[in-house]
Design a protein around this ligand. Sequence first.
Ligand code: ZN
Length: 258
Amino acid sequence: MHRHPPRNLGVNRLRLLVVAAHQDDGELGCGGFLLQAANYRAQTTVCVLADGCAGGNVCLREQEAREAAVALGADLIQAGLPDTRIPLRPAIKIVEKVIAEVEPHVVLVHAPADTHQDHRVTARAVMSAARDVPNILFYEGPSSRNFVPVTYVDIDAVIERKVDLIRLHRSQISRRPFDAWARTTALYRGMHARPACQFAEAFHPARQFLVPAGLSLAGSLDSAQSKALASWGASRPGGNGRPIISCASVLDQGTTPK
Ligand SMILES: [Zn+2]
């Protein structure tokens, strides 16, 4: 397991952990959310479990993941487990170790209903390893099945950057048009999220803590960041201060209730 770049966690920043089976999965599922969160100084760590050998050259895929992490301003951990054969217990141990180090407020992972065995195992591993994390959100991907979202993130401001992010995974774009998938899925989900936005990412929470407005994020963020988060989405045209999602409402979940 190797990390790029070195750990650099701020004490007053919202911490997000994305766990993905393969190098491009996290960007496909929640790249827009991560780009939005970066605008609000969130600290993101992406943990990729498999080495990616079944989908192309391992060195190239690792390089593509590093380029995407730089674009996201995220830390990247590539665990190097065998592609298409991610073992459950080692995956749990790796994610437990990452969670202990990162102490995320929100973990994002594949939805468990998926035709790819690695995606299913990754979701199961996170459900065990993230037992003490207050917020777990499932993201969707091209191989998700029966995904019924209830939580939306407005990604209008970053849709082009999300597509560019997907295109950094050159080895995968040459196999299938994942960039087109990202755009059309965001448009499709944006229709569900109307009238808040045109493009959206959609999530299904496995666990989500709601806290009273004004008390949220106490102890985890400074007041300027809390204010910025509170205004995120509320300022969207048509949102009338009541955005359907809003990164604010996802991020505004507070820290672990003890
Ligand atoms: Zn995958």
